[in-house]
Structure formats: C-alpha cells, structure tokens
Design a protein around this ligand. Structure first.
Ligand SMILES: Cc1cc2nc3c(=O)[nH]c(=O)nc-3n(C[C@H](O)[C@H](O)[C@H](O)COP(=O)(O)OP(=O)(O)OC[C@H]3O[C@@H](n4cnc5c(N)ncnc54)[C@H](O)[C@@H]3O)c2cc1C
Length: 413
C-alpha cells in the first residue's frame, strides 16, 4: 500500500517541504486552513520577498538552545541554501546583502509556486481545511482500527469533520501570525503538546515598539537612519527607523524587538556619527554665523530637527555662537540618547514572527524529526529558532523543509 505524508500548514515551510518531497513514491497531503497557500509569504519583503542573506550565521537567529542552533548550522544546506531556491525555480537578485525576487511580486511568486505544486503528481492540496487534531493511531483517542505507528489527522473541510491516516506527519503550522485572541495560542500549539512536546516561552518578534503617549507622534511617517540602544545589556541595532503614530518601526526596530522584551531603551537619531564627534563638529562652528538649524539639517530630516529644536526651546534663527551650553547638552542628549521608559512590544497582529516554539532539544537537528515520536517532523517557524529581518526566516523554512524531506526519503530507500 502507498505510504502517505501529511503536512500541516502551507506557508513557505509547508510549500517548500511539499516540493522537496516530489520524488516520494506515495501521497503527500498539504493541509491549509486559509483559502490559498502562502498567505503570509505574499506579504513578505514589502511584496519583494527577502529570501536569503549573504550574512547568514546562527548569530542572526535566537533560540533557547544556542548549542543546538550551532549544530543545525553545520548542515551543508545552510551553506548551499541558494541551491534550494534554484531547485524551487525561484528567480532572485542580490540587493546588498539580501536576495530578493528578481522580477515578480511575492504574490506572483506564490501563484507560480501554487502552479508548480498543482502539477506535482504525488501531492494533494487541501485549502480551506483546518486541522483540528492529530495524534498516533494507538494513543487511545481513535475508535477505529489502531495501526501502531501511523498518525490520524482530524480536519474540518466544507463544514464537515473528517479523518485521514498517515505514515508521516510534518508540522509546518508557523507561529501566532495575526492572532488577536491570545487564548487561541493553546489551540495552535495543541498538536505538538499532545505528542508530549513542550513549547518554549512565546512572544511577538520582529514587531514595532509601542511608546506610551508616543512623544514622537508629531513625526509619524518620517523615516531616518539611526540606532536603537538598550543600555542595560548594551544592545544596539542601527539602520532604517520609521516613526509611527503609536511608536517606532522599520528594519532596525524590528530586529531590536527580537532581542528585547520592552522596558527602557534609547533612540539615537544619527547613525554614522558618535556623540563626541558630533559635539566636536558642532563647536568647530562656534565662531561663525552658522545657524543651529542649518548645522542639524546636515544630519537629520528637517522635521526631526525642528521637533528637537522646539523641544529644547531653540529658536529657528539661533546661531551656534549664541547657544547656551546647557541647552546644547540637552539637545545632544536628545539626539543620541532619546530615552523611552515602559516601551512595549506590539501584539502578534503586527509581528512578522513568533519567538519561541518547539524546543530544538526535542528534535534531532540533523533530520528535524521529533525525538519523542518517530516519523513526526517540525519545520519552519513552529520551532524555537527565530531569525532577524532580511531573508533569514524564509531561508530557515527552506533549509528545515529540505533536511526533513531528505531524512524521510533516505529512510525509505
Ligand atoms: C509582513 C511580513 C513580512 C515578512 N517578510 C519576510 C521576509 O522578507 N523574509 C523572511 O525571511 N521572512 C519574512 N517574514 C517572516 C516569514 O514570513 C515567516 O517567518 C515565514 O512565513 C514562516 O514560515 P512557516 O511556513 O513556518 O509559517 P507560516 O508562513 O506562518 O505558515 C503556516 C501556515 O500554517 C497554516 N496553519 C496553521 N495552523 C493550521 C491548522 N490547524 N490547519 C491548517 N493550516 C494551519 C497557516 O494558515 C499558515 O498558512 C515576514 C513576515 C511578515 C508578517
């Protein structure tokens, strides 16, 4: 009898794994609760999909188990990850350190992948199909015939509840994307828990930071190159920062959010100059007729400059020569150490990824198979391995999918 593989979730991890299993001689069923595959993938990279990064190391990922993360990075597929995208037929180009789609939008790319999968003879895609439970046939929950190591998958499709039996189960159900109801977390991770797995502490990651009573509200919409800094653990991330109505966002802030959990931190409005050099440069001009405003405009967008001058009571026509030293000190502090207290990470609806998941010590990182249950695999964001912005997470979906599918195919030979 033909063997069957169930893959729960058609995000990049589920899509790629399905494709990498194209030589599997049995049947693969890909379950997706949404009406289409890759809904989240369509939004990635602002529509251009950052697929990987040339600066790809385990330091760009976080996990409660750093040792196993390091082991996982020894896989040749980490080094050869570009081959995976070539195998998938994805056309990409390099923009700085990031590989993004060469032509099409993320939406078009998902459409192309959907067509590729549709033609895959061993694959059935069940969209609009929510998996509500899964377990071992012999775990006592099924009335039907108990076949040792097989899995049951219970799902709802077209309003009807159904069951199917599988030889392998691959969990690719991602994280808490767009989850408004925090209580539903339990439902999402119920399946790994039912196999005896644990889930490390979950929290939104790669998300905007909310500032109480946002003091920068009037600057909403402005982006600049700056840094976010946590003095407590000396953590600093520099790059593009966007001011929003409720706080700050942009790539540097998203990366920073994956490393802190809120609290106290500072914003620096100037990326490529330290405070000391800025002050030296400023005072070099004290004998001339240069206006404070014109000097600041060299480093900052006009609106940020006007905002900080107003905050510190500096008149538009004040010359550097005439500034009070105490006021300059305050201005300089605001520029390099604008402090926020009680900042919070935004909720899952606004987070790109979920930090935490199935712990790496509960899987074999060389195969992605569960250590607790034979023929059960975990791939992608459901695992406790969370990458920064810039193509790390899509790459992780591809790498984990490839290693898991290779493991299954090799075992069957
Ligand atoms: C706006 C945005 C931009 C991003 N940009 C990038 C980027 O440019 N580069 C990058 O590397 N990463 C990016 N990310 C992160 C990246 O999209 C995720 O890390 C990646 O999608 C995770 O892949 P996954 O397949 O593991 O999970 P997901 O993409 O979340 O897919 C899981 C799938 O499982 C389905 N599912 C869950 N439970 C069930 C169930 N019970 N029954 C059936 N189906 C179920 C879900 O509907 C979902 O489709 C971005 C994320 C967002 C939100």
């Amino acid at each position: 009898m033909n063997m069957k593989i169930a893959i729960i979730g058609a995000g990049p991890a589920g899509i790629f794994t399905s494709f990498f299993l194209r030589e599997f001689s049995g049947e693969v069923v890909l379950f997706e609760q949404n009406a289409d595959i890759g809904e989240k993938l369509k939004l990635t990279g602002g529509g251009k999909m950052n697929i990987t990064n040339s600066d790809f190391s385990c330091e760009k990922f976080s996990s409660e188990n750093e040792r196993l993360l390091k082991n996982l990075f020894k896989s040749p597929w980490v080094r050869n990850r570009e081959n995976l995208f070539d195998e998938l037929g994805m056309k990409y180009k390099w923009e700085g350190s990031r590989a993004i789609l060469a032509g099409e939008s993320a939406m078009d790319e998902v459409e192309r992948l959907r067509e590729v999968l549709r033609k895959q003879k061993n694959l059935n895609i069940f969209t609009g199909c929510k998996v509500v439970d899964a377990g071992r046939m012999d775990d006592g929950r099924m009335d039907e015939e108990r076949i040792g190591e097989k899995f049951f998958v219970k799902f709802v499709m077209g309003g009807e509840e159904k069951n199917e039996v599988f030889d392998f189960l691959i969990m690719a159900s991602g994280g808490m994307f767009r989850i408004k109801d925090m209580g539903s977390a339990e439902k999402l991770y119920k399946i790994p828990l039912s196999f005896g797995h644990s889930i490390t502490k979950l929290r939104p990651s790669l998300c905007p930071i909310l500032l109480p009573k946002n003091p920068l509200k009037d600057l909403a919409g402005i982006s600049f190159k700056g840094c976010v800094f946590c003095p407590e653990n000396k953590l600093k991330v520099c790059g593009d920062i966007l001011i929003t109505h409720s706080g700050i966002s942009g790539p540097a802030v998203l990366d920073f959010s994956s490393m802190i959990s809120g609290g106290k931190f500072e914003l620096c409005f100037i990326e490529n100059l330290n405070e000391e050099n800025f002050q030296k440069e400023f005072w070099k001009n004290r004998d001339g007729k240069i206006l404070v405003k014109n000097f600041l405009h060299k480093f900052l967008p006009n609106r940020i400059c006007d905002f900080l001058m107003l905050k510190n009571g500096i008149a538009n026509d004040l010359k550097i020569a005439d500034i009070n030293k105490e006021i300059f000190k305050k201005l300089s502090k605001d520029l390099f150490h604008y402090e926020f207290i009680d900042a919070k990470l935004s909720e899952y609806q606004f987070a790109w990824t979920t930090k935490g998941g199935v712990p790496l010590n509960e899987i074999n990182v060389a195969t992605f198979e569960s250590r607790l249950c034979k023929n059960l695999y975990f791939v992608g964001e459901i695992l406790d391995a969370n990458g920064l912005c810039g193509g790390y997470n899509i790459s992780f979906a591809a790498i984990s999918g490839k290693i898991a599918s290779e493991g299954i195919l090799k075992n069957l030979k």
